[in-house]
Design a protein around this ligand. Structure first.
Ligand SMILES: Cc1cc2nc3c(=O)[nH]c(=O)nc-3n(C[C@H](O)[C@H](O)[C@H](O)COP(=O)(O)OP(=O)(O)OC[C@H]3O[C@@H](n4cnc5c(N)ncnc54)[C@H](O)[C@@H]3O)c2cc1C
Length: 430
């Protein structure tokens, strides 16, 4: 039995791994030259299984005017004459209620716990090296209202099994001395000791190497999928720039690009692309001692910091409606400035001239050239089920933290294995 997986990001490669383990022949197709060159290339590195605050939450609407009017805000919105954009925004705003956010939290936590179990099994089985660490996570707050909302989420998640606790400013700095520099601007933090980090690209590429060694998976890189050919009511072939590929099943893991593919066969995904940015700060031994060892999320600025091997990964910002995947230099400058304020806190300022960080980041290779990482968010915050014969699963649109839940989606497919007339569209907005 032959299955085509479209998209070789973390979701596609892990999907292929589970399918191959079921004894199926898999062809993994991607329009780019190798695996993990899309959103999986350089994400925030956070495997946050326990703190899953949905993007559409009750605090969001009151922050919107500030975010939209302030050029330095973490969220930038470019309005377009595009019905899909406005429909998406409307649905997103509708999802910003406490009830909806809690329902999404429950679903996300279930996915997260299950996925954590699967990721642990998979990485142990394949001995994957991807700068993995269980270093815990601090979400730091700069005002008491946001901290109070965060603590409400913690209380709710505690009822669902998450173990987290609030820290005062002093406790926060005692736990992570690298934050001493910005202590006066902090109100406190939420600490989740069980959280993990890892490099998504290394994970994906390492897993693909293992898969290729089994001989059960073929790759077609540099090959774009143009459409799906139907025969009566089922999908019989995948149409690519290299010709037609006959299939018994298809799994679509092509992020936001899944939308046009599925539209053709009458499935409408409520996905809209958001652009995010990331930086890598190379660490030498001296610097490594002065940057956070725990993952840190700066809640007000929406910047995440994760130590990954010999670098510190920083990811941030949401640009919506830019209509392109180019890097905006003004966003990179802003990010460098914010990182300089937070990280240089750790004693770098005395040792290096001010601007050291900026000049290092300014070098081309210090940010990810192709990344503004496209990030795909389903605003509905809940599962949508759709059915199409021959389409096993459409697996995209997991929002900002889809890596964390990648494995869960695949297990769903495992359950469906052998049942060709089944498909589950699992959109889990977060
Ligand atoms: C700034 C940022 C920070 C993030 N931080 C985190 C984090 O800390 N933790 C976390 O869990 N998640 C994080 N995420 C989210 C996570 O990185 C993504 O959800 C995840 O990488 C998505 O994986 P994917 O395989 O679905 O998509 P991708 O990695 O984008 O893969 C999709 C693939 O499909 C291919 N493709 C598309 N269309 C076609 C076509 N027609 N034909 C052939 N190939 C096609 C593309 O080339 C691409 O390789 C972050 C995202 C961003 C943007």
């Amino acid at each position: 039995m032959h299955v085509c997986v479209i998209g070789a990001g973390v979701v596609g490669v892990t999907t292929a791994w589970y399918l191959a383990r079921q004894g199926l022949n898999v062809t993994l197709v991607d329009r780019l030259k190798s695996a993990a060159q899309g959103a999986s290339y350089a994400n925030g590195g956070q495997l946050s299984y326990s703190y899953v605050a949905p993007l559409a939450g009750p605090g969001v609407l009151s922050n919107l005017p500030d975010w939209l009017l302030n050029a330095d805000s973490p969220l930038r919105f470019h309005p377009r004459l595009d019905l899909h954009q406005w429909r998406w925004c409307l649905n997103f705003m509708r999802a910003c209620t406490l009830g909806r956010s809690r329902k999404t939290t429950v679903e996300l936590l279930q996915l997260s716990y299950y996925s954590r179990e699967l990721v642990h099994q998979l990485t142990a089985r394949e001995s994957l090296q991807f700068n993995y660490r269980r270093n815990g996570k601090l979400i730091v707050y700069r005002d008491s209202q946001s901290m109070a909302l965060g603590m409400q989420q913690v209380a709710f998640q505690a009822s669902l099994g998450s173990q987290q606790h609030g820290l005062s400013r002093e406790q926060c700095v005692a736990l992570e001395p690298a934050l001493a520099h910005i202590a006066s601007s902090l109100t406190g933090a939420i600490h989740t000791p069980s959280e993990e980090v890892g490099d998504c690209r290394l994970f994906t590429q390492g897993l693909l190497d293992r898969l290729l060694a089994t001989g059960q998976v073929k790759t077609m890189f540099g090959t774009e999928v143009l459409g799906l050919r139907r025969e009566r009511r089922r999908i019989a072939a995948v149409l690519t720039t290299q010709g037609e590929l006959p299939v018994d099943g298809v799994v679509i893991c092509s992020g936001v690009a899944s939308r046009p593919l599925l539209k053709e066969i009458g499935i409408h995904l409520p996905l809209y692309p958001l652009k995010g940015y990331s930086l890598d700060i190379p660490l030498n031994e001296d610097i490594a001692r002065t940057v956070p060892g725990i993952s840190v999320t700066d809640s007000a600025r929406k910047v995440v910091y994760a130590p990954l091997g010999t670098s510190l990964r920083v990811a941030a910002m949401v640009d919506m409606g830019t209509g392109n995947d180019r890097i905006d230099p003004s966003r990179i400058d802003l990010l460098k400035k914010q990182v300089g304020e937070n990280v240089s806190c750790a004693g770098l300022v005395e040792r290096y001239p001010v601007g050291w960080i900026a000049s290092r980041y300014g070098a081309k290779q210090t940010y990810h050239r192709r990344h503004p990482l496209a990030q795909f968010v389903a605003q509905r915050g809940s599962r949508c089920l759709g059915f199409y014969p021959g389409l096993w699963q459409q697996s995209c649109g997991g929002g900002p933290r889809q890596w964390r839940t990648a494995c869960d989606r695949l297990k769903t497919i495992q359950g469906k294995q052998g049942v060709l007339i089944s498909s589950v569209v699992a959109l889990v907005g977060s």
